[in-house]
Design a protein around this ligand. Sequence first.
Ligand code: AMP
Ligand code: GLY
Length: 419
Amino acid sequence: MDILVVGSGGREHALGWKLSQSTKVGTVYHAPGNGGTKNNVPIEAHEIEKLIQFASEKKCLTVVGPEVPLAAGIVDEFVKRGLEIFGPTRDAAQLESSKVWAKNFMKRNGIPTARFEIFDDAKKAIEYARSAAWPLVVKADGLAAGKGVIVCNSSQEAISAINKILVEKSFGSAGLKVILEERIDGAEASYIAISDGTVAYPMATSQDHKRIGDGDAGPNTGGMGAYSPTGVIDDKLAEEIQKDIIEKTISSMKKEGIVFKGFLYAGIMVKDGRPYVLEFNARMGDPECQPIMMRMESDLVDYIKASIGGTLASLPKISWKKQSAVCVVLASRGYPDSFPKDEEICGLDMDSPNSYVFHAGTRLVDGRVLTSGGRVLGVTGTGDTLQDAISNAYGRVEKISWPSKYCRNDIGRKGLDLD
Ligand code: AMP
Ligand code: GLY
């Protein structure tokens, strides 16, 4: 069977890398892919009609990485044409594409999440922020590439975030409504499962590093590195999250007439031993996908097929390597704001049994690899311990260079501190 992976990030490189190891898989195409992926097809992730045409011609199974085509209904369109595709429908993807929808869904179904209020009127929102009894997080309703969430330390910061979203309309139509949410201070982790609409199997646990700077300083980004597994979620907590959050979400969606197939990602904050959902994503995490794929022992394609076919219960639980994996994101200095492009990357040509370099914002021009995005590479190391995996990842990071290369130097350290 041939596969088309839609998207161009490190997540999609990792999914394609894992899928191509299956004896059941022939060619893995990437649309549009990046400088590290093979069999690239020049179709962007939002060009749904062109993707349909390609998938029909090649008779391939399509796996969607990013949220934008999912929110636009790529799965609905493929299904209408009788094409095999993995991921949630537009309605199911609302769990990610509308934070207002997701918060209301969690509230009416008793899924643990921070207290919140929703506003479309800036004056009323500001009034509320002035008198709120707890520290606030201000969130734009729609998709904003990870930038629509502002964690505030004062009511003044909350007011300027409200103005940015509702008055200055910095996020366009994604910011027609804001959520003012109670800030929960605790340990954050990513809990991702794969579902067929009825059953959900857990992927390995992981922890992202969202802030741009060491020690979690500076603004939020798409994610600067991740490791798996994470001690933030022990076996008992994993069971609780699986039952009270993941399975409850899948069954409540079903009760409301929505079948959720695909990866369901719960961003979790653990406070006083209890898990709270900060956000849902209707897809794999990036960079969480990179260490998770490095640790996955089972054949991913079996689980993808079972998700599509509604037959997950007939498969054993997914098995994982005991090893740890750590992905350090190499970005171009300036990210998440503006950054230079088209710089040549050196030091990529090296084989190693305990590391792998996933590409993200790169492109291949005449045999040279150039930077083309903010997050450029995901250097992923494995090891018997988290410390070994960190050393292997950073050992590889040192060998790679370009003029504006930037990375955090503390990816995984929070995990070591837990031990
Ligand atoms: P989200 O996209 O909703 O996950 O938000 C991005 C990041 O903002 C999260 O990964 C957290 O680090 C932070 N965040 C979101 N909601 C909250 C909250 N209620 N309390 C504390 N931090 C939060
Ligand atoms: N790494 C966070 C995300 O994928 O949204």
